[in-house]
Design a protein around this ligand. Structure first.
Ligand code: URA
Length: 300
């Protein structure tokens, strides 16, 4: 079974799929399978545990402040001895570039990956793009490619995003790109495989991202996918029940669209493409960009 599953996953990965949605039952089976394979001697005596910390809930009406210290998750503190206290975040510098550099430096010095509640890899992958951008795009977490290049959204999903931007008449260098998690989430014996960040990992990184928003002051925020949206809007947020809407984050219009990795999956690709494209048209309208009739009709 392990080999067949591995071959199946490798095949998906070769097609550019970087994330999979699993229902609770499948997750339980995989955890049991992982424990039996890697810790056979402990399997009998282990109580049922969650591999990843369970997410605490956020209140949509009271987003944590950009300057708040990252929260820790004491209930999810596993074996790590060292738990560095997060540095208070200060935004210094005169220009947006200097301010972003100062925030990045603090994220480096905070060594977030050493925090007890997380399983993150060491390399920091902070942000990229234009610090005077009208559009700030927020993804989930760096994957294999992003870690190699120390730049968010450069793998298959990022390349799909570049194509979407191009269709809007926008170059990647004109927008500001960041992630809710600043280090690649770690997996035992990791090669090119990636995982979503846990809530504890997101919580640790969010203050840096919120400080970035405060500096960039974009005219709109584009959140890629439900996981990202839930970090901002509360875990009850669902893309399927609130599609195609403008929301608000601290006075900034915020749009949630499907993650570009969704578009790499073949199933329902056309339907999802049109929905994503309608979000992009809404952004173009908000920014009063010219829209041709050809552009209006894409993916119909
Ligand atoms: N890479 C990123 O940097 N962010 C994502 O959301 C996905 C891949």
């Amino acid at each position: 079974m392990a080999e067949a599953l591995k071959a199946y996953l490798k095949n998906l990965q070769a097609k550019g799929v970087s994330h999979l949605s699993l229902d609770e039952d499948s997750k339980k089976h995989l955890r049991t399978f992982y424990r039996q394979r890697n810790h056979p001697q402990q399997t009998e005596s282990l109580p049922p545990v969650e591999v990843l910390p369970l997410p605490p809930s956020h209140s949509p009406s009271a987003p944590p402040s950009a300057m708040a210290a990252p929260s820790s998750s004491p209930s999810a503190a596993p074996q790590k001895a060292k738990s560095p206290s997060p540095l208070p975040l200060t935004i210094t510098g005169d220009t947006p570039d200097q301010k972003i550099a100062a925030i990045k430096q603090q994220a480096l010095e905070a060594r977030l990956y050493e925090h007890a509640s997380v399983q993150l890899r060491e390399k920091l992958c902070f942000s990229t793009g234009n610090t005077s951008a009208d559009i700030m795009i927020i993804g989930e977490a760096p994957g294999h490619q992003e870690e190699l290049q120390s730049e968010p959204l450069v793998g298959p999903a990022g390349q799909m995003l570049d194509r979407i931007l191009k269709a809007m008449g926008i170059e990647r260098t004109e927008v500001y790109l960041s992630n809710i998690c600043k280090h690649r989430p770690a997996i035992p014996k990791q090669t090119m495989n990636n995982r979503k960040p846990s809530q504890a990992e997101v919580d640790l990184c969010l203050p840096y991202l919120k400080a970035e928003i405060e500096v960039i002051k974009p005219k709109c925020l584009l959140l890629l996918g439900e996981t990202v949206a839930q970090s901002f809007l509360g875990e009850e947020f669902s893309l399927s029940s609130s599609p195609e809407q403008w929301l608000d984050y601290d006075g900034i219009p915020l749009r949630v669209s499907s993650h570009p990795s969704e578009l790499l999956r073949t199933q329902h690709a056309n339907q999802t493409k049109r929905k994503v494209w309608e979000d992009m048209l809404a952004i173009m309208e908000l920014l009063q960009m010219p829209i041709t009739s050809k552009q209006r009709g894409y993916f119909q």
